[in-house]
Design a protein around this ligand. Structure first.
Ligand code: FDA
Length: 508
């Protein structure tokens, strides 16, 4: 059995260190399932017919990772790397070939250096604990990361990483200063020894292609002691469509200090109980309520923002606010398994970039789809671009969606456990909605955001994948940067050991 040989190899390679045996889980261990499931966020990939790993290794030392890579190669097992387990297609814990998971959960130290405004963060840390550790030391420093607290630092930064501060400070990948990576030969590389091509590639070129990033040196950015947030809901009956139409012209041109998004969801109309759609206009602002009010009065008076709609809070509190877990102690950010009420357990995501404002008719067509019964647990989000994103070259990191984008759309189709037997109808809804949107969004390529992984846009074969085939999905995520990623991959992992359905292929 390949995994018996693998296990034997592992025990030999770990030099008789007894510790590794407690860090290995196979089906024979009673805790195998709980280890697998504790970082498995999309329950769509936890059914009885989902392929499961032969072995899960939860290393505590670098030598354990090196041994796992060595023995996986020797015995022909694929490796999947897991940090936080939020991959939208489950690629960190599902494979269609015999495989081993390296779960970096124990690599989660966070070192904050306030004076130099940098942090070293290991990949297995979650964003919430990173933010918590920053806030412990300073109320005026932050990291431009995502909102969702349980996302793993490893996968998040590998895929670019956008969040509340991205119009001011760029993506997470734009704020990486150095990294520690283990390559296919078990070498430990830093920025200098890996070279600028590989260092460029790991800051947005996607996890699971180049090696295992153990830790990141990150730039911390200044924030005021208090920021201001608001969420203002308007239904279709309250002219939501007109407001959204206006927002497209206004939001991308707001100052860099504003993060602006809209979240759409269905609700029962209070008037007649029929379904309507509410558009929640959301903002996060690096300044005071008064400044934000006056800005919105000048730029977007139609929204009718009032002082009562705005709340001032610290940056760290705004993370809880945007997670939908207000009035909870900050320690909840350390809880790796806590599912916030906004987290639907089964989901399929898709994304788009919008370069020209969409007509009201076009918007109405999209919003009316949310009133379908099947879309009850679904949300659609618009995230305004512009700000510094317009001023960073699209070749600065692999993340290419910079100048020229008004906003990004995220279609997050969700459903509940009791309806998972009907998952196909939700997937169909997601696909027909995406198809409805094709005239309104970016073309040639139809761009997509890598961290919103979507295998519908193309995928690799189980074994050999040509450049041409991978280019189909690769161009959507990376545009022309795909070629440089292929070049970096060919140099560091020519035999394609680190691979999955959307990993960068080497040139043969
Ligand atoms: P996971 O462990 O599943 O890894 C994802 C991929 O990276 C896999 O291919 C994996 O093999 C690889 N990988 C993981 N660790 C690695 C390492 N150390 N070295 C090399 N490869 C590694 N994104 C965003 O930009 N902004 C946002 O606001 C949000 N919000 C959000 C909310 C929710 C509810 C979800 C489920 C997801 C998001 N995301 C997001 C997307 C998220 O950033 C994306 O899924 C990340 O890949 C998750 O990182 P994890 O480490 O949790 O994933």
């Amino acid at each position: 059995l390949p995994h018996e040989n693998f296990l034997h190899c592992l025990s030999l390679r770990s030099n008789g260190s007894s510790s590794i045996s407690n860090l290995i889980f196979t089906r024979r261990n009673s805790s195998y399932e709980s280890v697998l499931e504790s970082r498995l966020w999309n329950l769509r990939f936890n059914s009885t017919d989902t392929p499961k790993p032969l072995v899960i290794v939860t290393p505590t030392q670098i030598s354990h990772i090196q041994a796992t890579i060595y023995c996986s190669r020797k015995h022909g097992l694929q490796t999947r790397i897991r940090s936080g387990g939020h991959d939208y297609e489950g690629l960190s814990f599902v494979a269609r070939v015999p495989f081993v998971i390296i779960d970096l959960f124990n690599f989660r130290s966070v070192d904050i250096d306030v004076e130099n405004r940098v942090a070293w963060v290991q990949s297995g840390a979650i964003l919430g604990e990173f933010y918590y550790r920053i806030a412990e030391k300073s109320t005026t420093l932050a990291f431009p990361g995502g909102v969702f607290h349980s996302i793993g630092v490893g996968g998040y930064i590998s895929g670019g990483g956008f969040g509340l501060l991205f119009r001011k400070h760029g993506t997470a990948g734009d704020n990486v200063l150095d990294a520690q990576l283990i390559d296919v030969n078990g070498r430990i590389l830093d920025r200098k020894s890996m070279g600028e091509d590989l260092f460029w590639a790991i800051r947005g070129g996607g996890g699971g292609s180049f090696g295992i990033v153990l830790a990141w040196k990150l730039r911390l950015v200044p924030v005021p002691a208090n920021v201001t947030v608001f969420t203002v809901g308007r239904t279709l009956e309250q002219n939501a469509t007109e407001l959204v139409h206006r927002w497209q012209y206004i939001a991308p041109n707001l100052p860099d200090d504003v993060y602006a998004s809209i979240q759409f969801r269905a609700m029962n109309s209070t008037q007649d109980g029929r379904k309507t759609v509410v558009a929640d206009f959301i903002a996060f602002f690096l300044g005071t309520t008064d400044e934000l009010l006056s800005l919105m009065e000048q730029r977007f008076p139609e929204l009718g923002l009032t002082k009562q709609d705005c709340t001032e809070m610290s940056w760290i509190e705004s993370i809880l606010y945007n997670n939908g877990i207000r009035n909870q102690p900050l320690e909840i950010l350390l809880n790796r398994t806590y599912r916030s009420p906004v987290n639907v357990p089964y989901y399929k995501i898709k994304s788009d970039y919008v370069k020209e404002p969409i007509s009201e008719i076009g918007l109405n067509g999209l919003l009316s789809r949310l009133t379908d019964e099947v879309a009850t647990s679904t949300v659609i989000l618009f995230f305004a671009y512009g700000g510094i994103m317009d001023r960073i070259s699209e070749h600065a990191t692999p993340f290419p969606h910079r100048a020229g984008n008004l906003y990004k759309i995220c279609y997050n189709t969700g459903w509940l456990a009791e309806d998972n037997v009907n998952s196909q109808k939700y997937l169909d809804w997601a696909r027909t909605t995406y198809s409805y949107m094709s005239p309104f969004v970016s073309k040639y390529p139809r761009e997509a955001y890598l961290n919103y992984r979507d295998l519908d846009i193309g995928s690799n074969n189980i074994h050999y994948t040509s450049y041409e085939q991978a280019h189909i999905w690769g161009r959507k995520y990376f545009k022309d940067n795909f070629d440089r990623l292929v070049h970096a991959k060919t140099k560091i992992d020519p035999q394609n050991f680190f691979r999955h359905e959307q990993s960068i292929p080497p040139l043969i």
